[in-house]
Ligand binder design. Structure first.
Ligand SMILES: C[S@@+](CC[C@H](N)C(=O)[O-])C[C@H]1O[C@@H](n2cnc3c(N)ncnc32)[C@H](O)[C@@H]1O
Length: 203
């Protein structure tokens, strides 16, 4: 049976990629990933770039699998946290054996930088998802994977004049990593990186 690997690449810097993942990436016939993550490896020769139209991408992978035996999807952070894993499983589980290799989530990396325990902290995502911000009212501390540019503005407006502290982590693990603390009003017009996580906590 053909084999599909879903490999967590960690937050992005090569130092945070598991050896197992590095070895698998070298051994498979084809690697699929975003340009950012492909660039985290120095050994990838054949790759397909992830597109926003997953259906077209999966069709392309299925076609390639007629001639090859193994494909590795590289995903950011950990594959079990707000990732492509579910979509890949749904599409390929009937025709391929799937193996998932974990990675260091951007959230665990962020909290280790903050030296804060993650125990019991809700992890939410605004990456391509919407939810009612009122659901956040009852939480003392939570962390959010930010999506488009408006997310931070919307959250800053929602928590304006509250006693919340915002801690923004941008480009985590890269040389231009930035961790910024402030009040919601400090982030109203903040031009955040597309790669950002926000922790919101009671002061
Ligand atoms: C589709 S989600 C995938 C999350 C991933 N599975 C994980 O465990 O980190 C992508 C989001 O993760 C966050 N992210 C991933 N890598 C990051 C990094 N190096 N720095 C900051 N945020 C990051 C950003 O919020 C980004 O929009």
């Amino acid at each position: 049976m053909k084999k599909i690997y879903i490999l967590g690449a960690g937050p992005g810097h090569p130092d945070y990629i598991l050896n197992k993942t590095k070895a698998l990436v070298k051994s498979v016939d084809l690697v699929v990933g975003s340009k950012r993550l492909i660039n985290s490896f120095d050994c990838i020769k054949k790759f397909l770039l992830i597109k926003t139209d997953f259906n077209t991408l999966f069709n392309e992978v299925e076609k390639k699998l007629e001639d090859i035996n193994s494909v590795a999807f590289i995903v950011s952070g950990d594959p079990e946290l707000y990732s492509l894993t579910g979509l890949i499983q749904k599409r390929f589980k009937a025709m391929c054996k799937i193996e998932i290799v974990p990675g260091i989530s951007s959230v665990t990396y962020f909290y280790s930088k903050l030296q804060r325990p993650l125990n019991g902290i809700p992890i939410l995502s605004l990456h391509g998802r919407n939810f009612d911000l009122k659901e956040l009212d009852s939480l003392n501390e939570f962390v959010i994977l930010l999506g488009n540019k408006n997310c931070l503005k919307d959250l800053s407006e929602y928590f304006l004049n509250s006693n919340k502290e915002f801690i923004l982590g941008e480009n985590l693990s890269y040389e231009n990593e930035l961790i910024t603390r402030g009040k919601p009003e400090d982030f109203l017009n903040y031009n955040q990186s597309t790669l950002s996580i926000l922790s919101i906590l009671d002061n």
